[in-house]
Design a protein around this ligand. Structure first.
Ligand SMILES: NC(=O)c1ccc[n+]([C@@H]2O[C@H](COP(=O)([O-])OP(=O)(O)OC[C@H]3O[C@@H](n4cnc5c(N)ncnc54)[C@H](O)[C@@H]3O)[C@@H](O)[C@H]2O)c1
Length: 285
């Protein structure tokens, strides 16, 4: 299928976790993709993996919380392909899990820099180009921006910002033909939701699955599918939405996920070949 044929897309945080799935799915659907990631991220690997599948992608390794680098990312897409149709603000961090009185100021600042400043700068510099193409923006919200999640309260705050930010952009930029939406995932099978790779403990890991009616984590590909819809022309009447893709966690009460038979609680296999699902960072760096 070519649901994004002739489109040029930027995917921030596009080399690991959910971002890797978005980059690869968009390339498969015909988009030319600028994969943006931190210098430590496997951006080159993802580009090569996309090219092996005959997709079109280039990499941009930089910290896009720097104004020059955010501007540079937009310029790189336009210089290479002459236009920009889609901005995916997926970059984000989950640097600490702690009760607020112990939550470090360093981790808080890291959240503001990577979850909020990146989205502000990328959106600001992408808008003039999106105006020319009647393009769209899809940003990473979260269940944590909708409901109260203990021990990650500053993280939840950044996601609440993202929901409100995209709604405002949707209203303000409608006159320029630009749509803006959020995807709000629940617990997704990346480095962030495993006790071995993140700050969560065994009890929290168990709870995040039990609290989810579908009784399992979502896969990066399941989330990428929602990004694809919102970024495509099929979503031409969707703007200002915070689109939940969360296994039902935000509408549930109690440990309902525990009722799901194990056969049904299996993650779908998917069609993408993901190699960096668990390669994201879960500490300040
Ligand atoms: N995993 C989940 O359960 C979950 C749930 C809800 C929302 N989300 C959101 O989805 C997005 C992706 O999460 P993930 O689980 O795939 O994590 P991840 O760590 O695998 O991916 C995030 C990527 O963003 C990159 N990044 C961060 N700051 C950057 C910067 N300043 N410049 C360039 N790149 C930067 C990271 O290096 C990383 O590659 C995040 O915004 C997150 O808040 C995730």
């Amino acid at each position: 299928m070519n649901r994004l044929e002739k489109k040029v897309a930027i995917v921030t945080g596009g080399a690991t976790g959910i971002g890797e799935a978005i980059s690869k799915l968009f390339a498969r659907e015909g988009a030319k993709v600028l994969v943006v990631g931190m210098p430590q991220d496997p951006v080159k690997d993802v580009i090569n993996e996309i090219k092996k599948e005959k997709g079109v992608a280039i990499g941009y390794s930089a910290d896009i919380s720097s104004e020059d680098d955010a501007k540079g990312a937009v310029e790189a897409a336009v210089k290479n392909w002459g236009r920009l149709d889609i901005l995916i603000n997926n970059a984000g961090v989950y640097p600490e899990v702690n009760s607020l009185e112990s939550y470090s100021v360093e981790a808080f600042d890291n959240l503001l820099k990577n979850n909020i400043r990146t989205a502000f700068l990328m959106t600001k510099y992408a808008l003039p180009e999106l105006k020319k193409t009647r393009g769209c923006i899809v940003s990473a919200g979260s269940e944590a921006g909708k409901i109260g999640l203990a021990n990650v309260t500053p993280y939840g705050g950044t996601k609440g910002f993202m929901h409100a930010f995209m709604k405002g952009v949707a209203v303000e930029q409608a006159k320029n033909g630009i749509r803006a939406n959020c995807v709000a995932p629940g617990p997704i099978d990346t480095a962030w939701t495993h006790k071995e790779t993140s700050g969560i403990n065994k009890t929290m890991e168990k709870q995040l699955i039990q609290a989810t009616p579908l009784g399992r984590r979502g896969t990066p590909e399941e989330i990428a599918n929602v990004y694809l819809f919102l970024a495509s022309d099929e979503a031409s009447y969707v703007t200002g939405a915070v689109y939940s893709a969360d296994g039902g966690v935000t509408v549930a009460k109690g440990a309902v996920g525990g009722d799901i038979p194990s056969k049904l609680a299996k993650e779908p296999k998917g069609k993408l070949d993901l190699k960096h699902q668990q390669d994201g960072a879960t500490s300040v760096r």
